[in-house]
Design a protein around this ligand. Sequence first.
Ligand SMILES: C[S@@+](CC[C@H](N)C(=O)[O-])C[C@H]1O[C@@H](n2cnc3c(N)ncnc32)[C@H](O)[C@@H]1O
Length: 244
Amino acid sequence: MLREKVGTLYGVSVGTGDPELITVKGQRLLQEVPLIAFPLGVNQKQGLAETIIAHCITPQQKKLPLYFPYVQDEKQLQQAWKEAAETVWQYLNQGIDVAFACEGDVSFYSTFTYLAQTLRENYPHVTIQTIPGVSSPMAAASVLGLPLTVRSQNLAILPALYNVAELDQVLGWAEVIVLLKVSSVYSQVWQKLNRLNLLAHAFIVERATQPEQRIYQNLHHHPHLTLSYFSVMIIYCGKRETKP
Ligand SMILES: C[S@@+](CC[C@H](N)C(=O)[O-])C[C@H]1O[C@@H](n2cnc3c(N)ncnc32)[C@H](O)[C@@H]1O
C-alpha cells in the first residue's frame, strides 16, 4: 500500500571541488534534508562529492554512501543501480527526503542519472528534482582564465575516447574540443596533437578548483604524464584568430 507522502530525491550538483562553487539552492537543500547520499569513491574510499560537501553536513544528518562500481560491464552496473535505487527508495517511501550529492553537474555524465532512471522505472510516482551546477569544462576554462568558446565556435565534448580516431571526426567541425577522462588515453592523444601541430593550443587541468589543482600547457614538454582521473583537456583547434 502506498503511503500518503513519499519523500523527494534531490540530485544536487556540488561542483568540481571548491565548496564555494555549490549553488545557494544546492547548499540549502544539503543542509535541510535529513539524509545525504553520495557515491562511494574508488576502493570504497571517500569520493569527491563527499569531500566537497563535508563542511555542510551536520552530525544530525545521516550519510548514505552508495556503491557504484567503476566498470564497463553493463550487467554489473545495472545491478548496482538497482541496489542503490532500492536503498534510496526505502527512505523515500517513509516520507524521508534524500539529497544525492553529485560531483560537477548532476546532468552531465553523472551516475545520478542512472539512479534516477532506475527509480522512475520501478516507482513511477517517485518525485525527483535536480539542482544544476558547475561542471568540469566550465571550471577548467575558468581556472585557465580563458573563455571556453567565443562567437559562433562549435564546441565538441567527448566524454571518453575509446579510439583516438574519434578525434579526427570532431576535428572536422569543432573549433574547441573538451576531452573528459583523458588520463587513460593521454599518450595517444599527445601523439595525435603533435602530428597536427596542436600541442601549443591544448591545455590540461587536473583536479580543477581543488587544493591539488594543476595546469599543464606547452604540452610539447609533456609527452608522458600520469594524470588523475579528474583531468580534463581543452583543445583550441579553431581558426588562428579565435585561438587563445
Ligand atoms: C563521469 S565524468 C563526470 C563529469 C561531471 N559530472 C562534471 O559535471 O564535470 C568524470 C570526468 O569529468 C572530469 N572531471 C570531473 N571533475 C573534474 C575536476 N575537478 N577537474 C578536472 N576534470 C574533472 C574528468 O575528465 C573525469 O574523468
